[in-house]
Write a protein that binds this ligand. Structure first.
Ligand code: AHR
Length: 489
């Protein structure tokens, strides 16, 4: 029995919608073939942007999109990606497969994509190989309204009005692909670059500094001490990945299922410990923890370019997503944004494409089930779950989260991590007399169930009829290996 208590009258802060953000890099087939097919393509498009993808992502209410990288960001020179497409210079994408990047998707195309998706743009600037001037001019190009060299250049390229841009990253993984820097060095560099990331007119930039890799607590300590007052957010990157042997995305046994979920659960400890350090320097929680790269990382699909990071996606990935969402909610007073890596055809993608075909992954469906929590108030929830154990290792069998939205509806999401055991939940709903419960479920009969281009609906959201309320008690039977979201009203 899983015992849960939800206090509907005790709110623990707002779940920032940006926790449900995405990340799209010039990597493999994320941009080219994923978002962008070009205006002359036979694949239905709006000025070169795939229509099917836009429709699918709008359904998710995707709040924010990070671009252009990743490692690519610290190689990217934005002026190569403006002006007439045919005269844009080509470059080699050294990080990702050594392919030619023709720069046909650049700043204007990215903002058009965001407008179509009704999503906020989040741009990552180049510290590793770019200059302060280059970064400063990019911000001026995008946001300055008036007479200036960059605003005039933008107008000459067909866009008179500035765009609204709030989120800007000052470098990416500068401890690694973004320059192999020591934090002591990057902290000073951050201060210098960030000084020139200007607020033009009433456009106010939320500046995000490169943060730690996984459990590099020293990085967080030094950044907060030396540069905390110059930043609005600090970016943590953590992938659910076995660094010794990544393993297949689709062929795995229960031990690998378990170990993957355990690695996902580690996000809780990482956030807690980084947050504790941030709290020392910023007890008011002014600086946000931004988890702008997270998700599973497995071997590429056999026969595909190893530099393209193309992996399939199973029910296991959906559970990883649900586990992360529950953790992000728990720390919603500090975690204000998270961006899954990456939206299309790369790592833990929500969408896969093959030519004109498109499928939605189990991870897409998890995002869809959790979108009800966007901007809702987190409710106090206490859960006592039995352990799910394997080979002397254990995890809580069920993790959960609850929130109340602006219309007063309560949503409760559960992840049952056990691939064999159903979970009987008995939930006491305090502080409310709501009596009607409906729900949705994502599950399957196999741990590695997936959607393919031949069988695209294998893992999809179904109605859930396994919950009922009697008095103040909500009872639910969660299927093994499932994500369930209930709505109580
Ligand atoms: O998401 C793929 C890569 O992982 C990103 O480019 C980089 O920031 C990270 O190491």
């Amino acid at each position: 029995m899983i015992n849960v208590i939800i206090n509907a009258d005790i709110k623990r802060g707002q779940i920032n919608r940006n926790i449900y953000g995405n990340f799209a890099e010039h990597l493999g087939r994320c941009i080219y073939g994923g978002f962008w097919v070009g205006k002359d393509s036979e694949i239905p498009n709006i000025n070169g942007i795939r229509k099917d993808v836009v429709d699918a992502l709008k359904e998710l209410k995707m709040p924010i999109l990070r671009w252009p990288g990743g490692c690519f960001a610290d190689e990217y020179h934005w002026k190569d990606g403006i002006g007439p497409a045919e005269s844009r210079p080509k470059m080699v994408n050294v990080h990702w497969g050594g392919v030619v990047e023709n720069n046909h998707f650049g700043t204007h195309e990215f903002f058009e994509l965001c407008e179509l998706l009704e999503t906020e743009p989040y741009i990552c600037g180049n510290v590793g190989s770019g200059t302060v001037q280059e970064m400063r001019e990019w911000v001026e190009y995008m946001t300055f309204d008036g007479e200036s060299p960059m605003a005039n250049l933008r107008a000459a390229n067909g866009r008179k009005e500035p765009w609204k841009l709030t989120y800007f990253g000052v470098g990416n993984e500068n401890w690694g692909c973004g320059g192999n820097m020591r934090v002591e060095y990057y902290a000073d560099l951050y201060r210098r670059y960030a000084a020139y990331v200007r607020n033009f007119g009433d456009n106010k930039i939320f500046k995000i500094a490169c943060g730690p890799r996984r459990d590099d607590y020293h990085w967080t300590e030094v950044m907060m001490r030396e540069a905390g007052k110059f930043m609005d957010g600090l970016a943590l990157h953590y992938y659910t990945k076995n660094y010794e042997r990544m393993g297949s995305a689709t062929e795995f046994d229960e031990t690998e299922w378990f170990m993957t979920l355990k690695r996902a659960v580690w996000m809780d400890e990482l956030i807690e410990k980084h947050t504790n350090i941030m709290d020392e320097y910023d007890p008011e929680k002014r600086v946000a923890l931004i988890i702008d790269e997270w998700g599973t990382w497995f071997d590429v699909e056999p026969g595909t370019n190893p530099g393209f990071l193309y992996q399939q996606n199973t029910l296991r990935d959906a559970l990883v997503a649900g586990i992360h969402f529950n953790i992000f909610h728990k720390y919603c007073d500090r975690v204000k944004m998270a961006n899954i890596a990456q939206t299309i055809n790369v790592l833990q993608a929500v969408i896969l494409t093959e030519g004109s075909k498109m499928i939605l992954t189990p991870t897409y469906h998890a995002f869809n089930m959790y979108k009800v929590h966007q901007d809702a108030e987190l409710l106090e929830l206490d859960i006592k779950s039995p352990e799910y154990s394997i080979e002397n290792e254990s995890l809580p069998q069920v993790t959960a989260t609850a929130s109340v939205d602006s219309e007063g509806k309560i949503h409760i999401s559960f992840c049952n991590l056990s691939p064999k055991e159903t979970a009987e939940v008995e939930c006491e709903l305090r502080g409310t007399d709501m009596a009607d419960v409906t729900g949705t479920v994502l599950t399957s009969d196999r741990i590695n169930a997936l959607n393919t281009f031949e069988d695209p609906e294998r893992v999809t959201i179904k109605d859930f009829n396994g919950a009922a309320i009697t008095g103040s008690k909500l009872k639910a039977t969660l299927p093994a290996m499932s994500v369930v979201t209930l709505e109580v009203k």
